[in-house]
Design a protein around this ligand. Structure first.
Ligand code: PLP
Length: 365
């Protein structure tokens, strides 16, 4: 039995007819840039999340950059964030000219809110928590700290679509939040796409202008912007897939419960859900002893797995300019040596999950 980590090919098989119809309906209009499909998608996202505004963009990375930019974060400013994330979280801070300041994580791989106050300086402008694998950070505490020190909160909710805390959707806790619709996220386009949500009309207007060269109209440029529009074709596909998101997440949550039933070794720590949380499980990230050997063993059984990610952000070559060294964030470093994701997608059968679990149990016995 071969078990794949993700299964985008199966998804295409399932959706082929619908996707080809979408392709046809969008392309036959003869107009492909910032059409009603984009507006419609943005409305669907505000309905889904409860935010007032959504701006469709061409990636989650751009969504982060524009969130920072629209808040005026720039040279000389510091932004507190987590060393456990995808590199784009730090890259976005660097590219607006600001300085990322890391704060170590907790065992659940999210920023340790208890350590944030220690990292605040005169230059701190914002906190950017990352909801890793669709688990929302402790936003009550983070917002409390932000209020006390007058800081902005930008949520990196790239993985947060469909995640809730106290029945509130991720991305609705801070001033603005960015999302990714990369093919490996739960709500995914067929290429790169992203968006921001916010309750601020001012930020919404700014980013709408900025994503389209700062043009108020064809012959009227208000500011210098960029080209980061969400494609109409992607927008329509995302509208279609948004309708399925609840069932996709349900299936992913059920995968996790089935794994919980069959994985019997204590050498593998499975993700836990906090009270009042509803996690979307973008990845099924575990903490496993002898991780690299386990991965090789699973490979020999034709089971794919992924290390997501083995290097904390402060230890990349690119991060040298930030002046951090090994040992600065012990928890992040320790956990990055243990993280491994097992097959996890909406087409997995119980039999496949049992096979993966049995193989894991066998490795440790
Ligand atoms: C995927 C991801 C991003 C970047 O999103 P793209 O759409 O790939 O640009 C940023 N932050 C986190 C936490 C992510 O998982």
């Amino acid at each position: 039995m071969k078990v794949e980590l993700i299964d985008l090919k199966k998804r295409y098989e399932e959706e082929r007819e619908d996707l080809l119809n979408i392709f046809d309906s969008v392309l036959k209009n003869g107009s492909l840039v910032l059409t009603d499909e984009v507006k419609n998608f943005e409305n669907n996202i505000t309905n889904y999340t409860g935010a007032k505004y959504c701006v469709g963009l061409n990636s989650g990375t751009d969504a982060l950059m524009m969130s920072l930019w629209s808040l005026g974060i720039t040279k000389g400013d510091e932004v507190i964030t987590s060393p456990v994330s995808f590199i784009a979280s730090v890259g976005a801070i660097i590219h607006v000219g600001a300085k990322p300041v890391f704060v170590d994580v907790k065992e659940d791989l999210n920023i340790n809110e208890e350590l944030i106050e220690n990292a605040i300086t005169d230059k701190t402008k914002a906190i950017m928590p990352v909801h890793w694998s669709g688990k929302i950070c402790n936003m009550d505490k983070i917002n409390k700290i932000a209020k006390k020190y007058n800081l902005l909160v930008i949520e990196d909710a790239a993985q947060g679509m469909g995640s809730y805390y106290n029945n509130r959707h991720s991305g609705t806790f801070g001033k603005i939040a960015s999302f990714s619709a990369h093919p490996l996220k739960n709500l995914n386009a067929v290429g790169d796409a992203g968006f921001v949500i916010t309750d601020s009309e001012e930020l919404n207007d700014k980013i709408k202008l900025y994503r389209n060269h700062g043009m108020e109209s064809r012959d009227n440029v208000k500011i210098f912007g960029v080209n980061s529009r969400l494609d109409s074709l992607h927008a329509e596909i995302l509208t279609y897939r948004l309708k399925k998101l609840k069932s996709v997440i349900k299936k992913r949550r059920s995968n996790v419960e089935i794994y919980r039933k069959y994985i019997e070794t204590e050498k593998v720590i499975l993700p836990n859900e906090n009270p009042n949380s509803y996690d979307s499980y973008v990845m099924f990230i575990t903490l496993s002893e002898k991780r690299d050997e386990l991965q090789k063993f699973l490979e020999s059984k034709n089971i794919q797995s992924l290390i997501y990610y083995g290097t904390p952000l402060h230890l990349h070559k690119a991060s040298k300019i930030l002046g951090y060294k090994k040992g600065d964030f012990k928890m992040a470093e320790e956990l990055c040596d243990k993280v491994i994701s097992f097959p996890h997608h909406q087409y997995l059968s119980e039999e496949q999950i049992k096979f993966v679990s049995d193989s894991i149990n066998l490795f440790y016995n």
